[in-house]
Design a binder for this molecule. Structure first.
Ligand code: FVH
Length: 288
């Protein structure tokens, strides 16, 4: 069993602390608003009076704050305690945020691992929770059994920005799914249908279309977008135009669909008629 300090006792930090306590670890907590720490003291956690005291108390310190400026503000209060300490930051941010914090911590002698939590608080410590890590592999290995108590763990590499990059990429997939679902639901309900009644049609369709992703991924990696194309992008551009026109006819804003139409159109206009939809990646990679 190891000793862990946790900074940030919002919904996620509290779930992390409770799971570690349940697994028999020694947990020290610190939160800007002290009253949020008190229920955890009842469950066996020690409350630190300052960030410095919390870092000194444990082999590993975990930060789970609202954003990077908050994480940095807390660490700045404990600069004298950082040298030689293991720090894991599970605060959500960008790859650049993680790399910048890693550089700042390295200059103060701390060892840094960044993490991206692919779970909501009730999932922590249970099946289906995943945390992506990047940064110090040595830190990850030293604390692997502690980390496994929180979620399945995957270390992606020494570049501190990778966990955040993959976290953001997974969230992008999720929001793509949500935006498609929301648009489809707006269309169906515009004609008096019910979103719940539409789901038995939508879910198998999404599952069937998910089956095309390995082929599209291979085309993205090889750049061979014109190989073995079943549904070319020129045809799909017309389907997207029809979606936009149908939405307008039904009084549904086509805001989710217009960007996809524009990007597919760009590829067609630059001579990619026969390509697969995977070729849209070439268009967006070039845009800053
Ligand atoms: N909750 C979720 O579903 C998601 C799942 C995926 C990962 N996220 C990320 O986890 C980070 C924390 O999220 P959270 O849900 O725990 O957030 P809150 O409940 O809002 O708690 C925020 C904590 O941050 C503290 N805090 C805010 N500003 C400051 C500051 N300037 N200095 C020090 N601490 C600060 C706040 O303290 P207090 O308001 O109680 O004093 C809370 O402890 C987040 O990155 C998610 O994206 C969660």
């Amino acid at each position: 069993m190891s000793s862990i300090s946790i900074f940030g006792l919002g919904a996620m930090g509290t779930a992390l602390a409770r799971t570690l306590l349940k697994n028999g670890h020694t947990v020290t907590v610190w939160n800007r608003t002290r009253s949020r720490a008190e229920p955890l003291a009842g469950a066996g956690a020690k409350i630190a009076e300052s960030p410095t005291e919390a870092i000194a108390a444990s082999e590993l310190t975990i930060l789970c704050l609202v954003d990077y400026p908050a994480a940095r503000a807390v660490l700045e209060q404990a600069q004298e305690a950082l040298a030689g300490r293991d720090l894991l930051n599970l605060t959500n941010g960008t790859p650049g945020d993680a790399r910048e914090l890693g550089t700042w911590l390295a200059a103060r002698g701390a060892i840094y691992l960044d993490g991206g939590i692919m779970a909501i608080p009730p999932m922590i410590g249970g099946a289906g929770a995943l945390i992506l890590y990047s940064g110090s592999r040595a830190l990850f290995d030293r604390h692997s059994s502690t980390l496994e108590a929180l979620a399945e763990s995957r270390h992606l590499g020494e570049d501190e920005g990778l966990a955040s990059l993959y976290d953001i990429a997974l969230l992008s997939g999720m929001y793509g799914l949500f935006s498609g679902f929301l648009h489809a639901s707006a269309l169906v309900t515009s004609a008096g249908g019910k979103a719940v009644d539409f789901l038995p049609l939508l879910l198998p369709w999404i599952e069937a279309m998910s089956g095309t992703l390995p082929d599209l991924a291979g085309k993205i990696d090889s750049g061979m977008h014109g190989r073995d194309v079943v549904s070319n992008i020129a045809m799909q551009k017309i389907a997207l135009e029809n979606i936009v026109r149908a939405s307008e006819e039904q009084g549904v804003a086509p805001d989710f669909m217009r960007p996809m139409l524009r990007l597919a159109g760009d590829r067609v206009d630059s001579g990619g008629h026969g390509d697969d939809i995977s070729a849209v990646v070439e268009v967006i990679r070039k845009r800053k």
